[in-house]
Write a protein that binds this ligand. Sequence first.
Ligand code: 5GP
Length: 114
Amino acid sequence: MLSDNIFLKILEKKIPARILYEDEHCIAFHDNNPQAPVHVLIIPRKVIPTHADIQAEDRELLGHLHWVAAQLAEKLGIGDGYRLVLNCKERAGQTVPHLHLHLLGGRNFAWPPG
Ligand code: 5GP
């Protein structure tokens, strides 16, 4: 079940997170339950609950999140191969109702995903 938006509390600095990057559009921080040696979450400051809620006006913002992911992958030493995951809604495993990109790296990944 989709829980409260804990990411808003991280954005507002009401709860701590290991923040790696922030700008006027997004922040990136380490996932607190990492599924790979590198597991970073990249989230927009704008609240977009799920991927299905993206509006035409959000297209540039989504591209920005991907650009930040590529920069961080290089900075974190996983530029040789990484996986981006975006879970949309409960059936796909989304638990926090605030769109986020998972940046995973530092190990090999299987296909198809689980
Ligand atoms: P989802 O399952 O919605 O795609 O991903 C949510 C992610 O947020 C999970 O990987 C989970 O470990 C992470 N997460 C949940 N709560 C917190 C938190 O309070 N701090 C951090 N750093 N990560 C969190």
